[in-house]
Design a protein around this ligand. Sequence first.
Ligand SMILES: [Zn+2]
Length: 381
Amino acid sequence: MPPAPAAPRRPLSLFGVQIRIHVSWVIVALFIAWSLASGSLPMLFAGLPAGSYWSMAGIIVIGLAASIVLHELAHALVGRAMGISVDRITLFLFGGVAELHEEPKRPGGELAMAIAGPAFSAVFSLVLAAAAGAVGQTGAPTEVVMALGYLATLNLVLAAFNMAPAFPLDGGRVLRALLWMSTHDLMKATRIAVRTSEVLALLLMAAGLTAAFTVEAAGGLWWIMIGLFLHGAARGALRESEARQMFAGHAIAEVMAPSIETVPAAYTLDRFVDERLMASRHGLYPVMDGETWLGIVKPEDILRTPREAWKTTTMGEICTPAAATPVAGLLDDASLVMDRMRTQQVQRMPVVHRGSVVGIVTLQDLMGSLELWRRFRPKPL
Ligand SMILES: [Zn+2]
C-alpha cells in the first residue's frame, strides 16, 4: 500500500473505526467535480442550466466519498468479525484504504473480508438505482434523480474495479486467499498474486500507451497512471507481506541493537549535546536515575527547549516518562512489534526486559534484517 498518509483533515469515527480524509483525496475530488460539471454531465444530460451541472457534481462527489467509506467499512466490520483489527480508514488519492496491521490468520477470513467491500458496493448500487426510481416518482428535482442514477453506476464501477485480480486490490486478495487455500502456503500464494498483478499492471500500461497514441491522449494517460500505481502497490504489498511472514515467530531480541547508550538524568541539556549527542548521534537515549530507567529523550526534544535554558535544564526534566513511552518486550514477536511501530508511527522503540532498557529496535534495523534474511535465508524458518 502507499506510505501512511500524513495530515488528517478531520477526525471522524464510525463503529469505532477512525475515518480520515487525506488532502490528496480532496484535490482529486475537486478535480472530479470540475470535470463532471464542465465535461461529462453536460454531455450526458444536455440542455440544463450550468448551475444544475455543478449541483449534480456536488451531490455525486459527496456521494462518492460516502460510497468509498461504506465500502471500506464493510471490509473493516467483516474483518473485525474474523478477528482482524482495522482501526482506520483513509480516503486517499484513488480511493479508500482500510489500514490492516496484521495478516489474516486463515484464508477463509481473508476471502470473506476481501469480498465484503465489492459485495457491499454492488448491493448499494442496486439500492441507489431503486432510490433514483422512487425519488423520480415524487417529482423531486431532476438533478437529484440524475445524480443518484450516476452514483448507482459509480458504485457498480467501484465493485468491478476492485474485483480486478490485482493485489492488494480486493480481487487480488480474493485470488490470494484461493491460492492460499489450495497451496497451504501464504508466502507462495502472495508471490503468485503479486506476479499476476504486475502482469495486469503492465498490460494496463501497454493498453494506455496504445490508446494515448491512437484514441485519446488524456484517457490513455489515466490508464498508464493507474497501471503504475497498481504496479507500485503490488510491490509494496509483497514487501510488507514478506516482512510480516519472515518476522513472525522471531523474538525482537534477534533483530534489536543490543548496545545502548544511556544518559544520567542529572546531565544538563548543554552537557548532553556537547559530550554525547555530537559524538554518538543516536536517535533515542534512555535517561537513567542511577539504575532506574526514568524515560527517553530524542534529539528533537532538546530543540523544543529554548536554547537559553539548556545550561539549567536537566535530561530528567524533559524526558518522556517511561510509562508514556511505547516499548517492545525482549521476547515480543518481531512482526507484531513492526506493526506496532507502523501504527504508532515511531521510527525507534526501547526494548525492555524486567523494567530496564536492554536494547533499541528501529524500523531501519528491521528492514536491514529483512534484506539479510531475503538474501541469505530466502525461505522463512
Ligand atoms: Zn475494497
